[in-house]
Write a new protein. Structure first.
Length: 130
């Protein structure tokens, strides 16, 4: 059994706090529209502010990555410059990432763009699975 670290406990607490506050931040009906149409789960591949961002269903990853951390992304994987950005879908349909988990957004593409904004040119480092 992995040892619970202070950093992991704080990360979990921050994610819970962010999730609890998202209902007030998401526009009414946005999450419902996302569930009905699946628009946010469409693959994307673009250059945003000079960084390549990609998103696709994790089933289409061809064996890349692996590990349990994809479960939180609702079967969706996001990458910034070919490094996986850990994303998580909240109960209300909004998305957060390990880089900008205090700012829920409506789609995985928006999570990737928010991460690029937050990184301000810094490299995204791989997020450990445990």
């Amino acid at each position: 059994m992995p040892k619970l670290t202070r950093r992991h406990a704080l990360t979990v607490a921050a994610a819970i706090a962010a999730t609890a506050g998202t209902q007030a931040l998401v526009a009414p009906g946005a999450a419902a529209a996302d569930h009905r149409h699946g628009g946010s789960l469409e693959p994307f591949d673009e250059v945003y502010k000079g960084r390549r961002i990609q998103g696709r269903p994790s089933d289409d990853m061809g064996g890349m990555g692996g590990g349990h951390h994809h479960e939180h992304g609702a079967g969706y994987a996001v990458f910034v410059d070919d490094v996986e950005l850990h994303v998580m879908r909240n109960a209300d349909g909004s998305w957060i990432s390990v880089v900008s988990h205090y700012d829920p957004v409506p789609t995985p593409r928006a999570a990737a763009r928010a991460a690029v904004d937050e990184l301000q040119g810094a490299a995204l480092l791989p997020f450990p699975a445990n």
